[in-house]
Design a protein around this ligand. Structure first.
Ligand code: PMP
Ligand code: GLN
Length: 384
């Protein structure tokens, strides 16, 4: 067996959703909405499945989808993207794999920021690249620029960032990207930016992509995901955007990872991305009530909820909530005793240290959230 794969466990999201299926617990763990998804996209996919080709589309994605991605980013982020700067992938996960396999060699170092999405480090290690970890700190979870600079060595080839950030909901500012531009230019580093949560912003903050920043436009890769933009996480349609020399390397990696992505879903995402900006704003707002409900309910139940700008998640500080348990123990007991599934922050660290933070997903119906909140309130009382 491959040594890097052999030492892996099963991803926390599968473990926790598995527990929810087995025990019938309410699942506020893995990030997905319970709702069926926007009818505009479901109808478009159904139409495409019967009316359009179901054979291999072009390797870089349908030209119509690439044009729609460029249109969407012009309308929402004022980015100018050309057709040869976009590669459609099977979800952001494949996009990440294409960046890591396409842009790194064994022994190259990649700077990763903890807490981090759990795929990053295993993908890097799989090809023999060496992760160098830096960490964000509560309560604002801002990028520690000094630690980042200190982590750069002559072997650093990539910095992999995530904004808006899962699990904390924090975001990287333009000023921070400008500082990053100097670091990346000085040391000839590629910046890969996982922006899958770019549309799911709830506090009025504006998303900044490194592609919108002068010194980073030519040396950054932007990763997007229709799964998050349209609340259709099972569709696994994603993309990479980068200057042509980078995009053609990424396309070479993509051709032997999956080569392509189901054309019916590509057509549907094309239609979705062309919907008016107002439609997209209303779609984001459709999650806002659940967010407000979860936040208020957790606070009423005595949980200390930390600030967050974006994503489908809120997180609580256990210690500040009067709970003297490590996060994994809280989450394990919450499934068994409260029948509510949550995600421990330690799952977002390579060495899985115990942390005092727990993540809750709010994209659930009101009644589900209310029931979960009642159970969590009782559970907290039982722990005091
Ligand atoms: N990156 C981050 C930060 C995520 O949270 C997720 C999944 N929620 C992904 C990547 C994977 O996205 P996809 O489902 O499009 O592969
Ligand atoms: N990104 C999702 C989350 O954070 C999970 C994705 C997955 O299960 N692979 O919940």
């Amino acid at each position: 067996m491959n040594r890097s794969i052999a030492k892996l466990g099963t991803t926390i999201f599968e473990v926790m959703s598995g527990l929810a299926r087995e025990t019938g617990a309410i699942n506020l763990g893995q990030g997905f909405p319970d709702a069926q998804g926007p009818t505009e996209l479901l109808d478009a996919a159904a139409r495409a499945l019967t009316e359009r080709s179901n054979q291999y589309p072009p390797m870089r994605g349908l030209p119509e989808l690439r044009a729609a991605i460029a249109h969407y980013y012009k309308a929402h982020q004022d980015l100018d993207l050309a057709d040869d700067e976009i590669v459609v992938t099977s979800g952001a996960t494949e996009g990440l794999a294409a960046c890591i396999t396409g842009l790194l060699n064994p022994g190259d170092e990649v700077i990763l920021v903890q807490p981090l999405y759990d795929a990053y480090a295993p993908l890097a290690e799989l090809i023999g690249a060496v992760p160098r970890f830096i960490s964000l700190a509560p309560p604002d979870w801002k990028l520690p620029m000094d630690a980042l600079c200190a982590a750069v060595t002559p072997r650093t080839r990539m910095i992999l960032l995530n904004t808006p950030h899962n699990p904390t909901g924090s975001m990287i500012s333009r000023a921070e990207f400008e500082e990053l531009a100097v670091i990346c230019e000085t040391h000839d580093i590629v910046l890969v930016c996982d922006e899958v949560w770019e549309a799911m912003i709830f506090d009025g903050s504006r998303h900044v992509s490194p592609l919108a920043v002068e010194g980073l436009r030519q040396r950054s890769v932007k990763i997007g995901s229709a799964g998050k933009i349209f609340s259709l996480t099972g569709w696994k349609v994603g993309w990479l955007c980068a200057a042509p020399p980078l995009a053609s390397v990424l396309a070479k990696a993509h051709q032997f990872l999956t080569f392509t992505t189901p054309p019916s879903l590509q057509w549907a995402v094309t239609e979705g991305l062309m919907l008016p900006v107002e439609w997209h704003k209303a779609h984001v707002r459709s999650h806002a009530d659940g967010r407000a409900r979860l936040e208020a309910g957790l606070k009423d139940a005595g949980f200390a909820v930390l600030p967050s700008s974006a994503t489908w998640f809120l997180h609580a500080d256990l210690k500040a909530s009067g709970i003297e348990l490590p996060d994994t123990e809280f989450c394990d007991r919450s499934v068994r005793e409260a029948k509510v599934v949550t995600i421990p922050f330690s799952a977002f660290y390579a060495q899985a240290p115990e942390t005092g933070f727990v993540r809750f997903c709010f994209t659930k119906p009101e009644a589900t959230l209310d029931e979960a909140l009642g159970r969590l309130a009782q559970f907290r009382q039982s722990l005091l």
